[in-house]
Write a protein that binds this ligand. Structure first.
Ligand SMILES: C[S@@+](CC[C@H](N)C(=O)[O-])C[C@H]1O[C@@H](n2cnc3c(N)ncnc32)[C@H](O)[C@@H]1O
Length: 262
């Protein structure tokens, strides 16, 4: 196995049985989906970019009105789990789970784009917001919605701990404040609503099972070097959260494609 594949298979092992692969909370996903429902047509075309194993795609498929959801992720084992979960919940007809690149998404039912709603939880960082806005805006119908969650600075620059600054500037150089993300959206041709702060449940949903999983794998003691490295990365991330979690926050950003900017 080459190095890249070894790292990816280590992520598959770490995330085995975990439902949230980043901070997230199905109740918030559901609330926001219900808030948008009356603004969306029935049988709406929806994309969930960087869907992981399907946590948010399953909620969107259930709580929107008979949508067609393109659940897209670049990692095939995650998509296999999303597909199984959709079938197990009787949502297979609403969700098309596909391996692909969210910077250049494949068609849904033979059509590229034409989405009423693009959703993305804890994944936009991987292609960068500016890139995502530029690539995703043309994929939305006029007045279509973009909803994504992102980690942002919560504390003022002078109050941030060295630990948080060191970690986040390395792991997420694009991290900024919620107000800056709103400005970026406006500049990219969207009309944003006020951002929505996620509660601590979003973090515990992710870190608690992850912490248990890392402990179990470490105890098992048969880890490859790639897996040991991946475990160490996650342990560092959790340690930064434990010590300096107050410096950052997870926000949802909701924005409408602004047709006036076309
Ligand atoms: C932090 S996880 C979040 C997953 C899921 N949204 C959740 O909240 O559980 C980020 C996801 O983005 C996916 N990803 C990263 N780059 C991608 C790309 N260019 N295209 C599609 N998926 C990508 C990863 O495979 C991973 O599943």
């Amino acid at each position: 196995m080459d190095q890249e594949n070894e790292i990816m298979s280590s992520y598959t092992i770490v995330f085995d049985h975990l439902n949230h692969l980043g901070p997230g909370d199905s109740a918030t996903t559901r609330n926001l989906a219900e808030r948008l429902r009356s603004d969306l047509p029935s049988a709406s075309r929806v994309a969930d970019f960087g869907c992981g194993v399907g946590a948010s795609a399953l909620v969107l498929a259930r709580y929107l009105t008979e949508p067609r959801v393109l659940a897209l992720d670049s990692h095939a084992p995650f998509i296999a789990r999303a597909e199984t979960a959709a079938s197990a919940r009787g949502l297979g007809g609403r969700i098309s789970a596909v391996v692909g690149d969210m910077a250049d998404p494949p068609p849904l039912d033979g059509v590229i784009g034409g989405f009423d709603l693009i959703w993305s939880e804890s994944a936009i960082y991987s292609i960068g917001r500016a890139n995502a806005f530029a690539n995703w805006r043309p994929l939305l119908k006029p007045d279509g919605w973009l909803v994504f969650s992102d980690i942002v600075w919560q504390s003022e620059p002078a109050a941030r701990s060295d630990k948080a600054c060191e970690f986040w500037s390395k792991e997420y150089p694009d991290i900024t404040t919620a107000a800056d993300v709103v400005d970026e959206l406006t500049g990219a041709g969207f009309t944003p609503l006020d951002p929505v702060l996620s509660g601590s449940k979003a973090w515990s949903n992710y870190y608690e099972p992850l912490r248990d999983r890392l402990r179990l794998l470490t105890k098992r003691g048969d880890c490859s070097q790639a897996l040991i490295n991946v475990i160490a990365e996650f342990e560092q991330e959790i340690d930064v959260y434990d010590c300096a979690g107050h410096d950052v926050a997870l926000y949802f950003f909701l924005a409408r494609r602004d047709s006036m900017s076309d």
